[in-house]
Design a protein around this ligand. Structure first.
Ligand SMILES: [Zn+2]
Length: 167
């Protein structure tokens, strides 16, 4: 019985690696670090997640995608629980996830939390260009192609790029 639970849990964690963030499809929800726990209660599978941004419309889609992934692999009773506290921060994103973002041409979030939580962001903190690694970049728009990104432009290579906003 306990063994079966362990196998099911492992299977669920594997399946969750296949569930991508609809806004940044190179990242799985495991890369994002939003999956807090997986539980098996009798015949019910429970996935506990912390939303990246409250009110982020992608969260509904993520929940639906988790449900679909588990349904397709034989789980019938699925519960998805959101835990809001402690709040998700970009520090929970895996190193692997940050690398993936960069190779996708999106500047990964800076890991310095104090920077993220100050007004510096709004004045344009030094964000590294994902293409040429220059810090000589400027904020062009707070609102990128999606709500959770900001648009930057590199002053050196002139490339515009998205920055995954700190939170
Ligand atoms: Zn550049």
């Amino acid at each position: 019985m306990n063994n079966a639970i362990t196998i099911s849990k492992k299977k669920i964690w594997k399946l969750l690696e296949q569930v991508n963030d609809p806004e940044v499809p190179v990242l799985s929800i495991i890369d994002l670090g939003i999956v807090r726990d997986v539980k098996i209660n009798n015949d019910e599978a429970e996935v506990i997640i912390t939303p990246t941004y409250s009110g982020c419309p992608a969260m509904d889609m993520i929940k639906m995608n988790i449900r679909m992934a588990l349904l397709q692999h034989g789980f019938q009773k699925i519960k998805i629980t959101s835990i809001l506290s402690p709040a998700w921060t970009t520090d929970w994103m895996s190193g692997h996830g940050k690398e993936k973002l960069k190779s996708f041409g999106i500047a990964p979030p800076t890991s310095k939390q104090q920077v993220c939580h100050t007004e510096l962001f709004h004045e344009g903190e030094a964000i590294q260009c994902p293409r040429c690694n220059s810090y000589n970049t400027r904020l062009t728009s707070q609102f990128g192609s999606i709500a959770c990104k900001a648009m930057y432009q590199c002053n050196d290579c002139k490339e515009p790029f998205d920055y995954f906003k700190c939170h």
